[in-house]
Design a protein around this ligand. Structure first.
Ligand SMILES: [Ca+2]
Ligand SMILES: [Ca+2]
Length: 294
């Protein structure tokens, strides 16, 4: 075999080691940190009640960043216990439990308290955008017996793109998008916020759009002290949900960063060794930090 074919393969072990040490930590650090930051983000959810003064208020908003598999209700279908727990009392405990069972890796939460007309509230959550690209929400409308806002299709709001960036910055709900769960009969005496919420009577109907019935509460005193006046039309905006994201490094990327810095530190230490050896052997030093002559 000709020496010309063999010699290019004669790379000394030390050269190989140095090349690997210098190239890998930095490249790996950058690549994996970028990946971690793209997947997990800090999301601030801000909710605003856009309804006119003295009109509808809202119970706390239940939210879930999810994989698009949890479907809480259907237009024209009989309301299930999950959406009834939102629509009739606002607590949403069954909704949260059903969500967790259907999609165990979803990030769920509840934003704010009672949201009066003109008020706003925020909540921040860490979301893995690679598995929870979709957003689902539900809140009771008060006063009502069983009215709520929420998304029928679990894939209606894709919040994140494949690269982790925000696909939409806000969702605005109009009065014409308010739902009647069809589970509790209309009765001001039994309606939350204006009556005794424990006096419910079965309606045995289905989920349907309905905001006009809210005007039947006009003139009643609410739990917050104002006298209710619906003042809603079909094109009234009643609720806005806004999203802001900022990157959050995962704990794993901190460990990786430390490993990368350690690797670079070791490399610098290795490179400093020949200079030290030169001093010990009396060879001319290549730096200028030589001791002053006595
Ligand atoms: Ca549905
Ligand atoms: Ca009803």
């Amino acid at each position: 075999m000709s020496p010309h074919l063999v010699s290019p393969l004669r790379i000394s072990p030390s050269t190989t080691a140095r090349t690997t040490l210098s190239a890998v930590p930095a490249a790996l650090l950058l690549a994996l940190c970028a990946q971690a930051q793209a997947a997990v983000v800090d999301v601030t959810v801000t909710v605003e009640n856009l309804a006119p003064t003295n009109s509808i208020s809202f119970a706390p908003l239940h939210v879930g960043f999810n994989n698009g598999s949890f479907d809480a209700f259907n237009l024209g279908g009989v309301a299930n216990p999950a959406i009834i727990s939102v629509a009739e009392g606002g607590a949403g405990d069954v909704w949260q439990a059903a969500f967790a069972a259907a999609d165990p890796t979803a990030t769920r939460g509840t934003v704010g308290g009672l949201l009066l007309p003109g008020a706003s509230s925020s909540l921040s959550l860490q979301v893995d955008t690679s598995i929870n690209a979709f957003f689902t929400f539900a809140a009771m409308v008060v006063p009502s017996n069983d009215f709520f806002i929420g998304n029928d299709s679990p894939t209606e709001y894709r919040l994140f793109n494949a690269d982790g960036s925000l696909n939409l910055s806000s969702i605005t709900v109009g009065a014409s998008e308010i739902w009647d769960a069809g589970s509790e009969l209309f009765d001001p005496a039994a309606a939350a916020f204006v009556g005794n919420n424990d006096l419910r009577r079965d309606q045995q109907s289905v989920v349907a759009f309905n905001f006009a019935e809210l005007a039947a509460f006009n003139g009643l005193g609410t739990g917050a002290g104002y006298t209710f006046q619906s003042n809603l039309s079909a094109d009234s905006g009643v609720y806005r949900i806004s999203f802001e994201v900022s990157p959050v490094p995962e704990p794993g990327s901190y460990a990786l960063m430390a490993a990368g810095l350690l690797g670079i530190g070791l490399l610098k230490r290795r490179r400093s060794v020949p200079i030290t050896d030169q001093r010990r052997t009396g060879a001319p030093a290549t730096d200028e930090r030589t001791p002053a002559a006595g």
